[in-house]
Design a protein around this ligand. Structure first.
Ligand SMILES: CC(C)(COP(=O)(O)OP(=O)(O)OC[C@H]1O[C@@H](n2cnc3c(N)ncnc32)[C@H](O)[C@@H]1OP(=O)(O)O)[C@@H](O)C(=O)NCCC(=O)NCCS
Length: 171
């Protein structure tokens, strides 16, 4: 079965937490530590729902989807921000995604970006901004394969420049 996007749900809990441990192993920042998730998964799901309709101050509303494969295995996630604010225009854009380390280099990055663009279109977003680090070869390839046109590379006071790509509105 081809992986699909699903709304975050309790039934993915065990697999999602395994994925979170993998992100920790590569020293990636996670908003909820897997130990906390184990105890308070329902609260986490609630926080994700709240981010969609009633986000924390200064954040744009955003919808989270999980890419899931056979046996409801969690593969990665994508965040679709409903509109841009000043911060997202510089870093983050409309769509952010990640694939759990054990499932990389199988085409899922390209797929999750494509499905995220589809969700953004459903939300009525026209031109879609996606950003990535200048040295993130995988992500640059993914965005370009999904129709991204490089606008510029800007300095966000980070170790590397940030590439800003636009996916033009369809039609
Ligand atoms: C970037 C990321 C999403 C790629 O996911 P993935 O599932 O490995 O990507 P894919 O398998 O779809 O690969 C897409 C292309 O990038 C290439 N690629 C992927 N990772 C790569 C890497 N580390 N170095 C070089 N090329 C890479 C693949 O070979 C493939 O190339 P092709 O189109 O020529 O065949 C994943 O590494 C990740 O989650 N990284 C951490 C979070 C992140 O960087 N998110 C993106 C923020 S903008």
């Amino acid at each position: 079965m081809k992986p699909r996007l699903a709304r975050p749900h309790e039934r993915f809990k065990a697999s999602y937490i395994q994925g979170a441990w993998e992100f920790i192993s590569e020293r990636r920042t996670v908003t909820w530590h897997p130990e906390i998730l184990r105890q308070r998964f329902g609260e986490y799901l609630q926080a994700l729902r709240q981010a969609e309709t009633d986000p924390l101050a200064g954040l744009a509303p955003s919808s989270r989807f999980w890419l899931v494969g056979a046996d409801d295995r969690y593969l990665g996630d994508v965040d679709v921000r409903h509109h841009l604010n000043a911060a997202l225009r510089c870093y983050g854009g409309h769509i952010g995604y990640k694939i759990r380390p054990s499932e990389r280099r199988k085409g899922y990055g390209r797929l999750i970006c494509c499905l995220g663009i589809r969700e953004a279109r459903q939300l009525g977003i026209g031109d879609i901004l996606i950003t990535c680090d200048d040295d993130n070869i995988g992500s640059c390839k993914i965005i370009e394969a999904n129709g991204g046109r490089l606008q510029d590379k800007i300095d966000n006071d980070r170790a590397v420049l940030t590439r800003r790509y636009w996916i033009p509105a369809a039609g």
